[in-house]
Ligand binder design. Structure first.
Ligand code: WT7
Length: 646
């Protein structure tokens, strides 16, 4: 890793919201007196009742409790919509770029207000009220943002399920939060093909029961609405009133649930609440991207992930920004699509994932250089560590050496950016997340001893020493799991699950997950989830899943599979298993490689030694470590002999 630094230009620094001196001053203030700092910054939001209590948090293992602004009252939709109407009602709130490059739409704040109010009334007419859960299973269309904000308006809690998840995965999430309503669309066009969302909901309901469903007419395909169970979006919106007063919410009322993968068990419902989350999303959006009034901002994520929640919808709209929402994929109709969209809409801030950068990098620079990208000011990346080659390509070819790159490290759990360079404050280093955001206190711990390492350079596990307003509050319905997952390995700290190093300058570099979570194209997956999908197949006796380095995806999914006694190990069965996993979880969990493993390396007590399997998948046999404790050490040689060809 190179430690060459890239400083912002003098012009950039002059116009920046936060320069180096201001960062130092604000960061110090944020950690020295959080009550004063956040008590001041909360004023960027409109409160119904101004909080008098700011921070009330404990990371003590016996009593983990996180409350911010606990006596304040606020409504998120009123902050993202209503309060902008007087000053920017005719300004574009959302630019929608459809999958079809010839179709786009500009939605003003006035129009956004009308749609959100109407939809909120539609929800009410369907019996949805404060505290009820609504599952959204949506394409990337403006209605997805309306659906989120309409929930917030009436105090319903949304849980978005990525439209790439299978009916089975959808059903589990609908049941998991006992949803009163599903909002979906007939179909989701992407890359020229259409995902049958409504048909998937029909299949899901065979597992989760007859949950009523509101169906947005995206393509107009005939998807068969069942009387009394399915409702046409167009029909109900046509008769809805555009006046729905925002529900006053306590700052600590839940805003949304979002399921994410962990190292063990089924995905957990991450709960984010109202006041602290919105404040943190809004402030990070403005500061990290150096957003200025009038800028056009584009985050390429999907609303099914937290990035879409915080940095397509809530952060930008709370700031009165113009946010671009893209329905398609980077390579449709061709590999120039991202840059065509940047040119067409004069995008100023562009935020994407390393996996997309790596994929486009392989297509050649002419796809980029044929477009006018002179409006770009800041480039962002998120989701996984970015390799220096991809960083340099992003910097040179896309940014023309003129746009600071913000490499933002954060998680579904953190609500917003935790570490990132600020574009006008820090000289960036390719691959470094650099500095903590205001209020964030990262520490590097010795993985075994659990003690803080004070000196730099150093390497260890990354923990956070104190709470920040955007932090998740609990696991839905299972506070014990919340405590166990994040606060029990290293007592007194929030344990992120990532490793990191701090260089001699005190800058942070994320080195990747230290648990059994893998990161495939920026999508987070528990190896245990893929394993349990595999063993659910009648012919599979046992499965062990690990990640392996993948040129484009970052990590690929490597599965070792043992079949039931008497079953035949065939290529056809490999294909069948691959399809099986896609149906159980979704295409994003599709195994990249399946290796037949008549035997797996186990300890004498029967525990699978995943460390060894990881090394074999990485083609790194020199470092297998001690195999003498295995019940049958010979299985290792056999696995090596039959590993994936390079
Ligand atoms: C995990 C969280 C939060 C946005 C999308 C992913 C990895 C995220 C970076 C980065 C290195 C990163 C971490 C983290 N990650 N951003 N800039 N550099 N790694 O959210 O699905 O909750 O995944 O993504 O491993 O723990 P998520």
């Amino acid at each position: 890793m190179s430690d060459k630094t890239y400083a912002p230009s003098d012009d950039f620094v002059k116009n920046a919201n936060v320069d180096a001196a201001k960062y130092d001053e604000m960061y110090a203030a944020s950690v020295n007196d959080p009550d004063a700092f956040w008590g001041e910054h909360m004023k960027r939001l409109d409160w119904i009742k101004t909080p008098t209590k700011i921070k009330n948090t404990s990371f003590d293992y016996h009593n983990v409790s996180i409350k911010w602004f606990e006596d304040g009252e606020i409504n998120v939709a009123a902050n993202c919509v209503d309060r902008h109407l007087a000053t920017r009602g005719d300004q574009t709130a959302i630019i929608w770029e459809s999958d079809d490059p010839n179709v786009d739409k500009h939605i003003t704040y006035n129009e956004l207000s009308e749609q959100v109010n109407k939809l909120a009334n539609v929800y009410k007419s369907l019996g949805v009220g404060k505290g009820d859960r609504v599952v959204l299973y949506m394409p990337m269309i403006p209605e997805a943002a309306y659906a989120m904000l309409a929930c917030a308006r009436i105090g319903a809690i949304h849980s978005i399920v990525f439209a790439g998840f299978s009916p089975e995965a959808l059903a589990a999430r609908v049941s998991g939060c006992d949803a009163k309503l599903i909002v979906t669309a007939d179909q989701a066009p992407r890359g020229g093909r259409a995902t049958p969302l409504k048909a998937n909901v029909d299949k899901a309901r065979e597992h989760c029961g007859e949950v009523q469903t509101l169906v947005v007419e995206r393509t107009g395909a005939d998807v068969g609405l069942k009387d009394g169970l399915d409702h046409s979006y167009n029909a109900l919106m046509a008769n809805a009133s555009a006046d729905c007063p925002p529900e006053p919410m306590n700052a600590e009322d839940p805003l949304f649930i979002l399921y994410t993968s962990g190292s063990t068990g089924a995905p957990k419902g991450v709960v984010h609440t109202t006041g602290g989350y919105l404040l943190y999303a809004a402030l990070t959006h403005e500061v990290t991207f150096d957003y200025h009034d009038g800028d056009i901002y584009w985050c390429t994520a999907d609303v099914g992930w937290v990035t879409g929640h915080s940095y397509i919808v809530y952060g930008p709209l709370a700031n009165g920004a113009t946010t671009l929402m893209f329905e398609g994929v980077p390579t449709y109709p061709d590999a120039g699509r991202f840059w065509a969209v940047c040119e067409k809409h004069k995008v100023n801030q562009f935020y994407t994932a390393p996996t997309a950068i790596r994929a486009l990098m392989g297509q050649g620079t002419e796809w980029v250089t044929k477009y006018d990208l002179s409006d770009l000011k800041v480039l962002g990346t998120v989701g996984e560590p970015i390799n220096p080659e991809a960083w340099n390509w992003y910097n040179d070819v896309v940014g023309k050496g003129n746009c600071p790159i913000v490499d933002t490290w954060w998680q579904t759990e953190t609500g917003g950016h935790m570490m990132t360079p600020l574009p006008g404050a820090h000289a960036t280093k390719p691959g470094a997340a650099m500095k903590p955001f205001f209020g964030v206190q990262p520490v590097v711990l010795d993985p075994q001893a659990g003690t803080e390492i004070a000196e730099s350079p150093c390497e260890g596990v990354l923990c956070i020493a104190d709470s920040w307003p955007g932090q998740m509050r609990t696991v839905y319905g299972d506070h014990e799991r919340f405590v166990k997952t994040y606060f029990s390995d290293y007592k007194g700290y929030y344990f992120a699950g990532d490793g990191c190093r701090r260089d001699a300058d005190g800058d942070y570099w994320i080195t990747g997950r230290v648990d059994d979570v893998i990161n495939v194209s920026g999508h987070r997956m528990g190896t245990a989830e893929v394993e349990s999908a595999l063993v659910a197949h009648a012919k599979v006796a046992e499965a062990a899943v690990v990640g392996f380095p993948h040129e484009i995806k970052g990590q690929g999914i490597y599965c070792y599979v043992t079949l039931m006694e008497g079953e035949e190990y065939t290529d056809d069965l490999k294909t069948e298993l691959r399809n099986w996993v896609r149906t159980e979880i979704g295409p994003i969990a599709s195994p990249d490689y399946i290796q037949w493993a008549p035997g797996l390396p186990k300890t004498r007590s029967g525990k699978i030694m995943r460390r060894i399997l990881r090394k074999i998948a990485e083609n790194d046999y020199g470092a297998l470590g001690d195999t003498s404790t295995l019940a049958d050490p010979s299985v290792v040689d056999e696995l090596i002999a039959n590993r994936k060809p390079d």
